[in-house]
Design a protein around this ligand. Structure first.
Ligand code: ADP
Ligand code: MG
Length: 434
């Protein structure tokens, strides 16, 4: 129960207005420790309420020690996630005087600068844009007492580690630093833990490889991209009771694939919106708003939309292609089956991708159910001969017979090795004569 946390009345009122009474597991474990001011590394599965687990103690700490400068900083890997965190922050702080500001790229800086003029207590930012402001002396970090890194592993994977470390080093010496993730990996985090954490406590609520049991995971074998497009078209027509959905996201690895899926769906009169890094931030925000408000029910996206987004009634994820690694897979499918909801994830797998999919399943210790769609059964039905791991036996490649390259001989003359023909240094005597 939140009431056991001795929070200030305005925060308890906000929780009540949001309809939250019971804490989730990660909240129960992390909030008391955070309130003690400890550095933390927290890992809990997607959709388990991590945002509130870091926002609530941070707000209480600000209420305990109000100051006229920014005290808390939350870093997140994507702009959309920053906006979403800000929303939850604002809702929880609605009965307090605590102000927040979002600092992200791709938006008119005018509004962001205006928000900064009002001395926000909390800044929520992507690392790159924040540092730009810091270097121009628009934002000072010296007074930051609480630093939160959400989806910390993703920030590392996106190459933000130097920036994150620089930000952390500019914060107050006493700053409490907390890392949140659903795919914590000790090795990958070592850089951060060594550089910016102090005697951090690890709170591993869910093993990073633990699966979200609320999600039914299927895979459908596909012949090629055209077959995959047909499968998408069938599922997204939303006529088959087995795959009924309210809202769906189709993920693909590349922007070009995202565009062609959306184009194909359009030609089949299935409206969808596209989100990837070439789409302007304003449009991305607008589309996401429409998706949240049920004006759009299908989004086709790259992994920019795979982390952290929490969207009500999103109950179907299609992986048009097999993600590059197990972590990306887990985060993509984790957009569904959040908190108490259930969801379905379908991965379309062609022969080239089969083994990659098995690696992901083995990594996450999950077995995706193989499904077929009767009217669209392709020629490929997974490998005929499988190893005990489920992988296809590799096709033995014939050794290419290549002609032995004959190395061109480079002339090496004795003359070059010795000093023959080179100018000799003039002797002292000779120099003296000059
Ligand atoms: P995560 O960051 O772990 O993926 P989120 O913080 O986005 O998960 O939370 C998932 C959903 O659960 C959000 O819609 C959030 O409002 C809701 N939620 C968080 N805490 C609680 C709670 N204690 N009771 C009910 N719902 C909650
Ligand atoms: Mg989250």
């Amino acid at each position: 129960m939140f009431s056991s946390l001795l929070l200030d009345e305005p925060l308890l009122d906000a929780l009540e207005s949001l309809g939250f009474t019971e804490m989730t597991e990660v909240q129960e474990s992390a909030i008391p420790k955070a309130l003690e001011g400890k550095d933390l590394i927290v890992n809990a599965k997607t959709g388990s309420g991590k945002t509130l687990a870091f926002v609530l103690p941070l707000l209480q700490q600000i209420l305990d020690n109000p100051q006229s400068v920014t005290q808390a900083l939350i870093l997140a890997p994507t702009r959309e996630l920053c906006r979403q965190i800000n929303k939850q922050c604002t809702l929880l702080a609605q009965y307090t005087d605590i102000r927040t500001a979002v600092i992200i790229g791709g938006e008119d800086p005018k509004y962001q600068l205006k928000a900064l003029e009002k001395y926000p207590d909390v800044i929520i930012a992507t690392p790159g844009r924040l540092l730009e402001h810091v270097k121009r002396n628009i934002i000072e970090l010296e007074a930051i007492n609480i630093l939160v890194l959400d989806e910390a592993d993703r920030m590392l994977a996106m190459g933000f580690s130097d920036q994150v470390i620089e930000v952390a080093s500019r914060c107050n010496e006493e700053c409490q630093t907390v890392l949140y993730s659903a795919s914590f990996n000790q090795k990958k985090f070592k850089l951060l833990t060594d550089a910016i954490l102090y005697e951090a406590e690890e709170i591993i609520v869910d093993d990073p490889r633990n699966n979200n049991l609320n999600i039914t995971q299927l895979k459908i074998a596909a012949d090629n991209s055209t077959h995959k497009l047909k499968l998408c078209d069938y599922i997204l027509k939303n006529v088959d009771d087995d795959f009924k959905f309210s809202k769906a996201i189709v993920f693909a690895n590349k922007r070009a694939t995202v565009n062609s899926i959306s184009g194909w769906l359009q030609s089949k009169e299935i409206p969808s919106a596209v989100i990837h890094s070439d789409i302007s931030q304003d449009i991305r925000n607008q589309l996401l708003r429409k998706f949240r408000n049920n004006e759009i029910n299908i989004i086709v996206a790259t992994d920019v939309a795979s982390r952290g987004l929490d969207i009500t009634d999103l109950d179907l994820i299609i992986n048009f292609d097999v993600p590059r690694n197990g972590e990306d897979y887990m985060h993509r499918i984790g957009r569904t089956g959040r908190m108490f909801d259930t969801g379905m994830a379908i991965t379309l797998v062609d022969s080239q991708e089969w083994n990659q999919m098995i690696s992901i399943e083995n990594f996450l210790d999950v077995k995706c159910i193989e499904r077929k769609i009767k009217t669209l059964t392709g020629k490929y039905a997974g490998p005929e001969n499988r190893k005990s791991s489920g992988k296809a036996y590799g096709v033995k490649r014939k050794k290419k017979v290549t002609k032995k390259k004959v190395k061109k001989k480079i002339k090496s003359r004795i003359r070059d090795k010795k000093n023959i023909g080179k100018r000799r240094k003039p002797s002292e005597k000779e120099s003296a004569v000059k």
